[in-house]
Design a protein around this ligand. Structure first.
Ligand SMILES: O=P(O)(O)OC[C@H]1O[C@H](O)[C@H](O)[C@@H](O)[C@@H]1O
Length: 575
């Protein structure tokens, strides 16, 4: 069907309200807008569906939510009646329409006879992952666009282990969606009817408490906090989102006496009025936190994104000014701290393992291996880390103590299979308190790690390619890099090329090829003669190709020079 036909189908459907039809009529003369909204359905990417909120096939609205949920329900029903009766947990964040979309998803599951446990109000993403496992649900749904700008919303799907669906399973939903008519295939029960029939039940404070008690089990060294609690101060911001309740509560339970929350950003608001982007990866959003921390003489700033799966830290540098720690740095600090704390308390498993993604700093490998801990790489996304954790632990091959990716995601413990800002904020605060007791800021602690393990520097360049043209440009760039394999980059020889799509590693000088364990993802990785790794991949969540520069050298200056050189090269890839 052409986009014009799909547009007309929507306009004529009785499923659309008068307001929705009005919105569509308003774009009738705008061909580009019509094409952008109706050229194709949204695809399941790194984290399920994500799009801007408006009426359209390529957007987030109740119709797309119902359609995806009908397809998901049929995938669940195919597992048999016993599996379906385990039910689905449904969660949502603070975004505009999130609660409405979550209720719609619940009503469609109920209409298919599948029981739903719906949160009574917004909750952090990791609490959903926990609830699926805790209540033995078959699956989960989360309505959130995580850290994206306010125009976006998203739909994440989880399976019984509490992890987001791996690609082969998500593909089954996508295939079902293609088979099912978006309007006429939907089986939906009204919310009140579903509640009165017991098909929708609510989760509330009891689930928070069960989750928090597991989170608190991740504390390694409460005494380290007790020793500094009188003067160690932190500032926390939830960026208007779901971390607002449980993170301050977890920090209080840790024994922190001075937790100052940024009042303007404690206000739940899907318009994120105080920030351009509610993403702890963007340090600009921390300006209110920095003001408060400077006024109050705080030592550390912790922030979580709107669905409280990402966590970011701002620390005082050697001049006393607040600077961001990158996700790579925070992960390295946490990994080193956790290994040390667990060794000190005698709780480090003998076969301890850490996980990171292929685009995360190699410094983590050095830290792990120098401490006798194995480290494995996965593709981007916690579904892959969850899969690896399950496989290693089920086979008895290893016990995962920490998993992380550079994009500010950290996972600890056994009760979640997704990134978890609640536990990460707790352990990062404990770690900062432990260093504070030795007169060190996290900034100083990071410098010591560089001296101990070697200098590393990372940078990610985003080659933004929006719209329909952008999709084509991204595909063309990846094709070109495959059709004309690079032998040198910015004048430096390429030693190895890894194509994670085919799973082939090629030695450039000998031409020898071998199969890698990881394959099936559109990612290219180059190992260069100066020790740098460069990775090129299209983002699964935003219209951009990401180029990751992972350098190492003898000093910060040397890493910096390499980063500038390869950044200049990466910019030449922008179409
Ligand atoms: O690099 P992208 O595909 O855009 O993904 C960036 C990030 O998006 C989400 O937050 C996912 O949950 C992460 O696992 C991922 O690292």
């Amino acid at each position: 069907m052409s986009y014009q036909e799909t547009y007309r189908k929507w306009l004529e459907s009785p499923a659309l309200s008068a307001d929705e039809k009005e919105e569509l009529r308003a774009i009738s003369g705008d061909d580009r807008e019509m094409e952008a909204r109706f050229f194709a359905p949204l695809e399941f990417g790194t984290a399920g569906l994500r799009g801007t909120m408006c009426v359209g096939l390529h957007n987030m609205n109740v119709h797309v939510i119902r359609h995806a949920t009908q397809a998901f329900a049929e995938v669940i029903l195919a597992e048999g009646p016993e599996a379906a009766q385990k039910g689905v947990a449904v969660c949502f964040d603070c975004r505009n329409h999130s609660q409405e979309f979550a209720r719609e998803a619940a009503c469609v599951m109920a209409g298919n006879g599948i029981p739903v446990r719906l949160f009574d109000a917004l909750r952090p993403t990791p609490e959903l992952s926990f609830a699926i496992r805790e209540y033995g649900c078959i699956a989960g749904i989360n309505v959130t666009a995580s850290h994206n700008p306010k125009e976006y919303n998203g739909y994440k799907v989880y399976w019984a282990d509490g992890a987001q669906l791996p690609p082969h399973h998500a593909d089954a939903i996508a295939r079902k969606m293609a088979e099912l008519d978006l309007f006429t295939s939907i089986q939906r029960l009204d919310y009140d009817a579903a509640v009165s029939q017991g098909l929708i039940t609510l989760m509330g404070a009891e689930t928070d408490e069960a989750f928090l008690s597991r989170v608190m089990g991740q504390v390694n060294d409460r005494a380290a906090v007790g020793r500094v609690a009188d003067d160690f101060k932190i500032v926390y911001t939830p960026f208007h989102g779901t971390g607002y309740k449980l993170i301050p509560e977890a920090l209080r339970r840790l024994g922190m006496k001075h937790v100052l929350c940024v009042p303007e950003q404690m206000v739940l608001d899907g318009n994120f009025p105080t920030v351009a982007s509610p993403n702890p990866e963007n340090p600009e959003g921390f300006y209110l936190a920095v003001d408060l921390a400077d006024r109050e003489g705080a030592d550390l700033i912790v922030g979580s994104d709107p669905d409280a799966d990402r966590m970011g830290l701002m620390v005082r540098n050697d001049k006393g000014a607040f600077v961001p720690l990158s996700g790579n740095q925070t992960g390295v600090l946490l990994l080193d701290y956790l290994i040390g704390a667990k060794k000190r308390s005698g709780t480090l498993p003998e076969n301890a393992v850490a996980l990171k993604t292929i685009v995360t700093t190699e410094m983590a490998r050095t830290v792990a291996e120098k401490n006798g801990v194995r480290l494995f790489d996965t593709f981007t996304g916690f579904k892959f880390m969850a899969e690896k954790k399950n496989a290693l632990e089920e086979s008895g091959e290893g016990k995962v103590i920490f998993s992380y990716e550079e994009s500010y995601g950290y996972m600890m413990g056994d009760y979640v299979r997704d990134k978890d800002a609640i536990t990460a904020a707790l352990v990062a605060t404990e770690m900062a308190a432990w260093y504070h007791g030795q007169g060190l800021t996290l900034y100083a602690a990071m410098e010591k790690l560089y001296e101990k393990y070697g200098f590393y520097g990372e940078k990610t360049l985003n080659l933004v390619m929006p719209g329909l043209d952008g999709l084509k440009k991204m595909a063309a760039l990846m094709r070109e890099l495959r059709d004309h394999p690079l032998c040198e980059i910015a004048g430096v020889a390429v030693l190895q090329r890894k194509d994670y799509s085919s799973g082939i590693l090629e030695d450039v000088s000998t031409g020898a090829r071998e199969e890698m364990e990881l394959k099936g993802s559109n990612v290219l990785k180059y190992k260069l003669a100066d020790g740098t790794d460069l990775v090129v991949r299209p983002s699964g969540t935003e219209p951009k190709v990401k180029v990751y520069i992972l350098s190492q050298g003898e000093s910060h200056a040397q890493c910096g020079e390499k980063i500038s050189k390869y950044s200049a090269w990466a910019e030449t890839l922008q179409r």
